[in-house]
Design a protein around this ligand. Structure first.
Ligand code: URA
Length: 153
């Protein structure tokens, strides 16, 4: 599941890996977390069509387990080629796995909304949309973070 969106997008969002729905439909973020992601984008005046959405790993980890380091490493050249091809101005990493793949700091609750640099681009770690499903109190912060990201492009 390679991802989808505008190949010329200024904003690229990178999640963890396809879940069951994404695997079946061949599209990223189409389940409940995806609906929340679509709403978050809307709150920042963005549509899915104008960003590019992909994942760190391109195949669904069995039983929805976390992707292994070896799997992330295997998919990394693919992800890096995508980043270079789309050449966004801003990258939003969704959750700990995506963030730790591209940034040398850990702990999304500490670093969400902060600005990092990745290959000359602005990178802003964001909470994974699923976090807002488990903990609706986070949604306000998630909206602020995505609005900050939208202002940067
Ligand atoms: N969670 C992710 O990290 N990526 C998807 O595509 C769907 C759910």
């Amino acid at each position: 599941m390679p991802g989808e969106g505008d190949n010329d997008a200024d904003i690229m969002l990178i999640g963890e890996g396809p879940g069951k729905n994404e695997d079946e439909q061949g599209r990223p973020f189409v389940g409940r977390a995806g609906d929340l992601l679509t709403d978050l984008l809307k709150s920042a005046g963005l549509s899915r069509a104008e960003v590019f959405i992909t994942n760190v790993v391109k195949c669904r980890p069995p039983e929805n387990r976390d992707p292994r380091k070896s799997e992330i490493n295997k998919c990394n050249p693919y992800l890096n080629r995508q980043i270079r091809a789309i050449d966004p101005r801003v990258i939003g990493t969704l959750g700990n796995h995506a963030t730790e793949t591209l940034v040398d700091e850990k702990g999304i609750s500490k670093i969400h909304g902060k600005e990092f640099e990745y290959e000359g681009k602005i990178l802003i770690p964001l909470y994974h949309p699923a976090a807002g499903l488990y903990n609706p109190a986070l949604k306000e912060t998630m909206i602020e973070d995505i609005q900050q990201l939208a202002e940067n492009f």
